[in-house]
Design a protein around this ligand. Structure first.
Ligand SMILES: NC(=O)c1ccc[n+]([C@@H]2O[C@H](COP(=O)([O-])OP(=O)(O)OC[C@H]3O[C@@H](n4cnc5c(N)ncnc54)[C@H](O)[C@@H]3O)[C@@H](O)[C@H]2O)c1
Length: 406
């Protein structure tokens, strides 16, 4: 059974935005909406990129703007705060606006950005409903503005290296991948005013699919030779967040009244049109080390991360042992890492991938090239959020991916 609404766009669709180049812009004039933890971090990395003019910053909360001002004192942007601060920022002459706010505001703000004639670069996930996925696609096509989801994990060292191995056929015909967002966030989620906790009250689904799925989608050339076909999903019981709360929060605290419905572990299985399978996991409440898994298998070998290791038919001596993947760095490292890796690691954002993502985005704007991730990637990689919720609610029934690329 499938949800018919998953398959249907609300309009006949516009001309594709895939491969559409940016107008050449050097320097690029950039604005930021949402100067919280992530937004302030991105600003630091963005300012390390050449040819960027940070023109305006908006945050609904005055205190976030005040905290930012000393850091940008050498070249201050225009600041906006309070209700409608995003709309005021959009009156500026800007090429690109980064949206680093809470999940439910990503799509509404990205739509306003594109309607105002600017390209949007949105934090993950870009959308939380299928309707929002369609709105992003349709608005991008109609306004001819890009909507890029800032999936930094696509710029991780091993992700970029393995993508090159896949494209060159080193792993053979690709058949299977496993990926995840496994991150013990219990104490963070239970902070008093943490908005992310609300999603655990509302939804039983994979709340954060894109960090794992984006790099795998690129290895499988989703949107090119392959496409996501359907998904089935199952959630475990909820226990981790409520037990942690019982141990760490006073009995009379209002948070004790909250009911969490999101299962601790959500496992989804995706089948692609080319018959490949993907296991996609989400768990942010179990005590265990951080893991995105990032396993890619083909007929000639397998890569698996955390820690990184490789098995190749042609080189492995034993069926029990992985190869030392360090021996493959020199031949397979992405040129972007060769060229900018040192600077990226020095700046530090998630091991360097944050800087490389922004560096590449700015490079494509300066040169008038198409962005490396487009609105269809944003929709495809965000869709497992709502799709997993539909499947979980129907005893893991199969649900079809919408065809966002027309
Ligand atoms: N890619 C990554 O590795 C990564 C890492 C951390 C966070 N994130 C993402 O970044 C986003 C922000 O997360 P965060 O941890 O910085 O949250 P945060 O709560 O620290 O910051 C969000 C900020 O947005 C502001 N805001 C919310 N709605 C607004 C609106 N309509 N107009 C203007 N300002 C608004 C809030 O006042 C707040 O300061 C989330 O989507 C999160 O998933 C991504």
């Amino acid at each position: 059974m499938t949800e018919p609404t998953n398959l249907q766009p609300s309009s006949a669709g516009g001309k594709s935005m895939h491969g559409v180049p940016f107008e050449r812009r050097a320097p690029a004039r950039v604005g930021l909406i949402g100067a919280g933890g992530r937004g302030q971090f991105l600003l630091g990395e963005l300012r390390a990129c050449e040819g960027v003019q940070l023109a305006a910053v908006a945050d609904a909360r005055q205190e976030m703007i005040e905290a930012l001002k000393p850091k940008l004192a050498d070249d201050p942007p225009a600041y906006y705060t309070g209700a409608n601060c995003g709309q005021k920022l959009l009156e500026h002459d800007l090429d690109l606006v980064i949206v680093a706010t809470s999940w439910e505001t990503h799509t509404p703000l990205a739509l306003e950005v594109m309607e105002a004639g600017k390209h949007a670069a949105v934090e993950v996930p870009a959308a939380v409903t299928l309707e929002e996925c369609w709105q992003l696609v349709e608005t991008s096509e109609r306004t001819r503005r890009h909507c890029i989801m800032l999936e930094n994990c696509c710029y991780g060292y091993w992700e970029m290296l393995v993508k090159r191995m896949c494209a060159a056929g080193l792993l053979g015909s690709l058949t299977h991948a496993e990926c995840a967002y496994i991150h013990n966030l219990r104490s963070y989620l239970l902070q008093y005013q943490q908005w992310r906790r609300q999603a655990h009250i509302r939804s039983n689904r994979n709340l954060y699919p894109t960090h794992g799925l984006g790099p795998v989608a690129q290895c499988f050339d989703i949107g090119g030779e392959d496409a996501f076909d359907y998904l089935v999903s199952m959630s475990s019981r909820e226990a981790g967040l409520s037990e942690y709360r019982a141990r760490h929060i006073p009995a009379d605290d209002p948070r004790q009244q909250e009911g969490y419905v999101c299962g601790d572990m959500n496992v989804s299985l995706i089948r692609t049109r080319q018959g490949r399978t993907i296991v996609l996991q989400h768990d942010v409440v179990t005590p265990r080390p951080y893991d995105r898994i990032f396993l890619v298998s083909g007929t000639k070998g397998t890569f698996r991360d955390y820690p990184p290791r490789l098995y190749l038919d042609e080189a492995s001596q034993s069926e029990e042992e992985w190869l030392n993947v360090d021996n493959y760095r020199a031949a397979w490292e992405d040129p972007l890492w060769k060229e900018q890796g040192e600077q990226a690691i020095r700046l530090g954002g998630h091991g360097g991938m944050d800087y490389l993502m922004l560096y590449r985005l700015m490079q494509t704007m300066h040169a008038g090239l198409p962005p490396e991730m487009d609105v269809y990637d944003a929709a495809d990689w965000s869709a497992p959020g709502p799709l997993s919720e539909q499947s979980v609610a129907r005893r893991s029934a199969a649900v079809d991916f919408p065809v966002f690329r027309r």
